[in-house]
Design a binder for this molecule. Structure first.
Ligand SMILES: CC(=O)SCCNC(=O)CCNC(=O)[C@H](O)C(C)(C)COP(=O)(O)OP(=O)(O)OC[C@H]1O[C@@H](n2cnc3c(N)ncnc32)[C@H](O)[C@@H]1OP(=O)(O)O
Ligand SMILES: CC(=O)C(=O)O
Length: 560
C-alpha cells in the first residue's frame, strides 16, 4: 500500500510508534489542480516579522509580483487596520497589482472578547482590504486563551465562530490559523480539536495548524496532523516556524499526514529563526513527493525569484540555501568531481535545472584532475585530451593554494593560470618593470596616495603617476593612464569590490595577505586573487590579473 502510514498516538503526549511506508509516487498522490493543494505565502506578513526587516509598500508590491511568478496560490499581504503600511498595501494592490495565479489574503485576529464581530474595527478593516481571502489567527491553546486573551474557553470558540461566520456572510473565503496548535494539542487535545471544529463548522475552508513557537519535530507533527484529520475530517494546513531547524521537514511531514495547504515565506524569513522556506517546501513536494503544487514551469523560476526577493528584502542570499543557494550544486572535492565527470547525478540529489540553478565546479587545493578538467570545460576550454597539462595545472593550483591563493572565488585568475600553463607563457598586454606608492597624510585633510608605474607596452617604455584616495586606487589610475591609449577598452572596466584577508593573523603585521578583487565591464563581473607579504603587493597582483582578464574579455589584442 504505497503512501500508507500507521501511527499510534498516546493521549496527551507525543510518544508514538509509526511505521511509515515509502513516500507516494506521483500517480498515488497526483494533485490535479492548484485548488486541491494550497501553496500559501506569508512573506509579506509573517516574513516581515523578522528582526531587521522593514518593507516599504513599494517593496511589498514588488515581492507580491515575484510570488505570483513563482506560482503560489495565495499571497498574504499583511494585517490591515493594525499596520498602516499593510492597510496602504491593500489599497494600492487594487490598482497596482495584477496577479495572474495568486489570490490576495488579508490577515487579522478574531473579534475581541465580549463584542460583536460587526462592531470590531479590526474585523471591519479586514473587509475594507477587499481581498477574496481573509486569514484569521485564533487561539487554540487553553493557556493562551486564559492567560493572553484573558477570556473563557467558550468565549474564544464564540469569537472564532462569529468572526468566521461574519466574514463568510460578507463573501470572504476564510482560513483560520490555529495559533500554538501543537503545544495546545499537547496540553488539551480535546480543546484544540474544538477550535478546529468551531472554525470549519462556521465556514472556514482550512484550519491551519500552527507551530507558532517552532518547537516541533517531524514525527510528532505527522502524528498530530493525522489524528486531527481523522477526528475532524477538516481540511488542514501547516504553518511552521524553524526554531528546531525542522520547519520544512515539519511541513512535509504534515503533508504526508494529509495536510493540503502549506504556509511559508520566501528564503525562510520570519519571527525569531524564521518560517518554513516556501521555496524549499515546494521543491520538496514537487521533486521528492511528486506532488504538482505549482503551475507548469514555475519551479524553474525558483532560484531567480528567491534571489530577487533577497534583493528586495536587502538580505544577502544564503549561499547554502537548499535548491536555490549559490552553493547548492557547487562541488569542491576532487573525488566528487571525478564521479560527476561520469554522471552529475552521482553527487547531486536532483537536477539543478529543475529549480533554475546551475552546477558549478570549484577549484581549490582539494581539486583533482577531474575538477580541473570540468572547471576548464565550464570556462570554455576542452583540456580532456591533455593529461599532462591537467596534471600540471592541478599541481600548480595545489602549490598556490598552499601559499595562500584561493581560486574558488577567483575564476578569472584560474583561467589566466590555465592559459599560462597551456600556452607556456603568461598572456600579457604589458610588462611591468616596477611600481611604487607613497601615501601622504595632510593635517586637516584626507590622506592622498600617489603611485608611479613603470611598464613596457606596445614597444614603448612608459612611466606614469596616478593619484587616488588610497594606494590601490592610485595604482589603478596610474595603470589606466599607462595603457589607456594603447588599450582604450580599459575605460569599460571598473573595480567594484576589494576584499582583504590576513591569512596568518598570529604573525601580526608580518602576516601573509590575500586580496580578492572584483571587476566589471558593465555586463558581467569577474574575480581575481593576489597574495603577498605586503597588502599593496597582493592588491597589485589581483589588479593586474583583473585588468588582463578584462582586456581578454573585451577581445583586445596584445600589442608587443
Ligand atoms: C503568531 C503571530 O505571529 S500572529 C501575528 C502577530 N502580528 C502582530 O502582532 C503585528 C501587528 N500587531 C499590531 O499592530 C498590534 O499588536 C495590534 C494592533 C494587533 C494590537 O495592538 P494593541 O491593541 O495595542 O494590543 P496589544 O498588542 O498590546 O495586545 C493585543 C490584544 O489583542 C488580543 N488578541 C491576541 N490574540 C488575539 C486573537 N487571536 N483574537 C482576538 N484578540 C487577540 C490580546 O488579548 C490583546 O487584547 P487586549 O488589548 O484587550 O489586552
Ligand atoms: C499565525 C502565525 O503566524 C503563527 O502561529 O505562527
Amino acid at each position: 500500500m504505497p503512501g500508507a502510514q500507521t501511527s499510534r498516538i498516546r493521549e496527551g503526549s507525543f510518544v508514538l510508534s509509526a511505521s511509515i511506508v515509502f513516500p507516494p509516487t506521483r500517480e498515488d498522490r497526483a494533485v490535479t489542480d492548484l485548488e486541491s493543494f494550497h501553496v500559501y505565502d506569508t512573506s509579506l506578513r509573517d516574513g516581515a516579522q523578522q528582526e531587521g526587516l522593514s518593507l516599504s509598500v513599494h517593496d511589498k508590491l514588488a515581492i507580491a509580483g515575484h510570488l505570483d511568478e513563482l506560482g503560489v496560490g495565495f499571497v498574504e499581504g499583511g494585517w490591515p487596520g493594525a499596520v498602516p503600511k499593510d492597510t496602504e498595501f491593500f489599497r494600492r494592490a487594487r490598482t497596482e497589482l495584477n496577479l495572474k495565479t495568486a489570490t490576495l489574503a488579508a490577515f487579522g485576529a478574531t473579534r475581541k472578547a465580549g463584542a460583536r464581530a460587526a462592531d470590531d474595527p479590526q474585523v471591519r478593516a479586514l473587509l475594507d482590504a477587499e481581498t477574496p481571502v481573509v486569514t484569521l489567527v485564533a487561539k487554540s491553546h487553553v493557556g493562551h486563551v486564559e492567560r493572553a486573551l484573558r477570556t473563557t474557553l467558550d468565549e474564544n470558540l464564540a469569537m472564532i465562530a462569529d468572526t468566521v461566520a461574519y466574514l463568510t456572510e460578507h463573501g470572504r473565503r476564510v482560513f483560520v490559523d490555529c495559533e500554538h496548535f501543537f503545544d495546545g494539542y499537547r496540553t488539551d487535545p480535546a480543546y484544540a480539536l474544538r477550535v478546529v471544529r468551531a472554525a470549519t463548522e462556521a465556514g472556514a475552508d482550512v484550519a491551519v495548524l500552527c507551530d507558532t513557537n517552532g518547537g516541533m519535530l517531524p514525527d510528532d507533527v505527522r502524528a498530530v496532523v493525522a489524528a486531527v484529520a481523522a477526528e475532524t475530517g477538516a481540511r488542514l494546513g501547516m504553518h511552521a516556524h524553524n526554531d528546531t531547524g525542522c520547519a520544512v521537514a515539519n511541513t512535509v511531514a504534515a503533508v504526508d499526514a494529509g495536510a493540503t495547504h502549506v504556509q511559508g515565506t520566501v528564503n525562510g524569513t520570519g519571527e525569531r529563526t524564521g518560517n518554513a522556506d516556501i521555496v524549499t517546501i515546494v521543491a520538496n513536494l514537487e521533486l521528492k513527493r511528486a506532488l504538482r503544487v505549482l503551475p507548469d514551469g514555475a519551479l524553474q523560476e525558483a532560484t531567480r525569484i528567491a534571489h530577487a526577493v533577497s534583493e528586495l528584502t536587502n538580505i544577502v542570499p544564503y549561499s547554502r540555501q537548499p535548491y536555490v543557494g549559490a552553493s547548492a550544486f557547487a562541488h569542491k572535492a576532487g573525488l566528487h568531481a571525478s564521479a560527476i565527470k561520469v554522471d552529475p547525478d552521482l553527487y547531486q540529489h536532483t537536477d539543478p535545472e529543475l529549480v533554475g540553478n546551475d552546477m558549478r565546479l570549484l577549484v581549490s587545493d582539494m581539486a583533482g584532475r577531474a575538477s580541473i578538467e570540468l572547471k576548464s570545460r565550464e570556462l570554455g576550454y576542452d583540456v580532456s585530451g591533455d593529461r599532462e597539462l591537467v596534471t600540471r595545472v592541478t599541481q600548480r593550483v595545489k602549490d598556490l593554494e598552499a601559499a595562500g591563493y584561493t581560486f574558488e572565488a577567483a575564476d578569472a585568475s584560474f583561467e589566466l593560470l590555465l592559459r599560462t600553463e597551456a600556452e607556456g607563457q603568461r598572456l600579457s598586454y604589458f610588462d611591468v618593470e616596477s611600481w611604487r606608492v607613497i601615501t601622504e597624510s595632510r593635517p586637516g585633510g584626507d590622506a592622498l596616495s600617489e603611485a608611479t608605474v613603470k611598464l613596457r607596452a606596445g614597444g614603448e617604455r612608459v612611466v606614469v603617476t596616478g593619484e587616488g584616495n588610497g594606494p590601490v586606487n592610485a595604482l589603478d589610475h596610474a595603470l589606466r593612464t599607462a595603457i589607456g591609449a594603447l588599450y582604450p577598452e580599459i575605460d569599460k572596466l571598473e573595480l567594484i569590490d576589494f576584499r582583504v584577508r590576513i591569512l596568518d593573523a598570529a604573525h601580526g603585521t608580518d602576516a601573509v595577505t590575500r586580496v580578492l578583487v572584483e571587476m566589471t565591464d558593465g555586463k558581467t563581473s569577474w574575480e581575481t586573487v593576489g597574495v603577498g607579504a605586503n597588502i599593496i603587493e597582493a592588491s597589485w597582483e589581483a589588479l593586474v590579473d583583473a585588468v588582463t582578464y578584462g582586456l581578454l574579455r573585451q577581445g583586445a589584442a596584445a600589442i608587443s
